[in-house]
Structures are given as C-alpha cells and as structure tokens.
Design a protein around this ligand. Structure first.
Ligand SMILES: Cc1cc2nc3c(=O)[nH]c(=O)nc-3n(C[C@H](O)[C@H](O)[C@H](O)COP(=O)(O)O)c2cc1C
Length: 200
C-alpha cells in the first residue's frame, strides 16, 4: 500500500506528542510524509501537486491535533481547495474512489469527556463526521480513527507507547500486513488488537 501522511499542526514548537509521531512517520520506509504547515505557511496550497499526491497513494493519513472540535485551519483549507468538483466528486470526479482515509488525531479532552455525560457532550466520532462524510462522498473508505485522548495529560510511557504504535501501524499498512477491510468493521484502530492479515 502506498501511504501518504498529511500532517497539520500550526504550533509545532508547543507540540508534545504530534511532533514525536511525525518523526516516527517520517522514518517509515516507502511512505510519503508531508508537513502541510511547513509547505504552505501562507496557505498558498499547490492544488495540482496535492491532487497528484493523492492519485499516487492508496491510503491517505490525516494527522492532526483536534482544534475546536475540528481540524487545524490549513487542513480545512486543503479540503476546500484540493477536493475539487470533477476531481474528488461529481459525475466525472471519481479519482479518489476506493482509496482509504485514516484519521490520526490527538485530543486534549479525555475519553470520558467525549460522552453524553462528559464536558464535550458527544463522542469523538461525532466531531469527525464532516471528515467521514467528505471521504465517503469522494468514494473513499473511511477507516476508524487512530486516537490519543488526553494528549497533554498522559505520562511519558503512555506517550511513547502511542508514538511506537503509530509507527507500527504505518509500517503494517505500507507492507500490506493490515487487513484494512476488516479494520473498516471496527470502531477504533486499537493498537493492541490490530487486524493483521492471516498469511503474515
Ligand atoms: C486552539 C486549540 C484548540 C483546541 N481545541 C480542542 C478541542 O476542541 N478538543 C480537545 O479535546 N482538545 C482541544 N485542544 C487541545 C489539543 O487537541 C491538544 O493540545 C493536542 O492534541 C496535543 O497534541 P500536541 O501536544 O502535539 O499539540 C485544543 C488546543 C488548541 C491550541
């Protein structure tokens, strides 16, 4: 599987976890890593280049910290400009069909905050619905998200485990060892219970 990681974090000098995750992703063999804020600090997105990148890959990973229950703004700009009519959707626009989309997201809120009785009132999946439906409209397969909750509150061991799991997950995908269709049937991508291909 050809994997593209699109990383969006506007405040990297303050990042405690996404930078470490990005470093691990960058080192995975045969994976394309793009730091969107580094490439487009002035939001001048090269639409042709981004569309070509999408065409050249099978799995598109969107890695970001959740900001105001959504993506950082450059990733929204990217969606608005790159997922054009006639390219990503519309009668002639099926060029992303059957590619996989994977969200790798960190949250400040704890898992319990993302519930009817928690401070955020709704499960995290609810806040990811615009991304899910965007992918679905484009004919993409939206994988369950890879999530780290309470990213600012966990200890070093847990953070290190998550970073290592992210690297392992990306490696498994690039080497075709993860059963992505089986993963589609699950609620989350849980590192301890990844659907590994039977023959491996
Ligand atoms: C502008 C801003 C908005 C944020 N909005 C949310 C939010 O809506 N929900 C949430 O759980 N955390 C929110 N957070 C916390 C971040 O998601 C958290 O700091 C990040 O995931 C930690 O990863 P990092 O250390 O790599 O930045 C927000 C943080 C900032 C700076």
């Amino acid at each position: 599987m050809r994997v593209l990681v699109l990383f969006a974090h506007p405040a990297q000098r303050k990042s405690s976890i996404n930078l470490a995750m990005a470093d691990v992703a960058r080192r995975v063999d045969d994976l394309t890593f793009v730091d969107l804020y580094e490439e487009y600090p002035r939001f001048q997105i090269n639409i042709d280049r981004e569309q070509k990148r999408l065409l050249d890959h099978d799995v598109i990973v969107f890695q970001f910290p959740i900001y105001w229950y959504s993506t950082p703004s450059l990733l929204k700009e990217w969606q608005d400009l790159v997922l054009e009519y006639g390219f990503a959707y519309g009668p002639q626009g099926k060029l992303l069909a059957d590619k996989f989309a994977l969200i790798s997201v960190t949250t400040g809120g704890r898992e319990t905050d993302y519930s009817a009785t928690g401070g955020n009132n709704y499960p995290l999946r609810q806040f990811l619905l615009p991304l899910q439906q965007t992918a679905t409209l484009c004919g993409m397969k939206f994988l369950p998200p890879f999530v780290l909750h309470a990213a600012n509150h966990i200890g070093t061991p847990e953070a290190q485990r998550h970073v290592a799991s992210y690297g392992a997950l990306l490696s498994l995908i690039t080497t075709n060892q993860l059963d992505l269709d089986e993963a589609m049937t699950r609620d989350t991508i849980f590192p301890a219970d990844l659907p590994i291909m039977a023959e491996h």
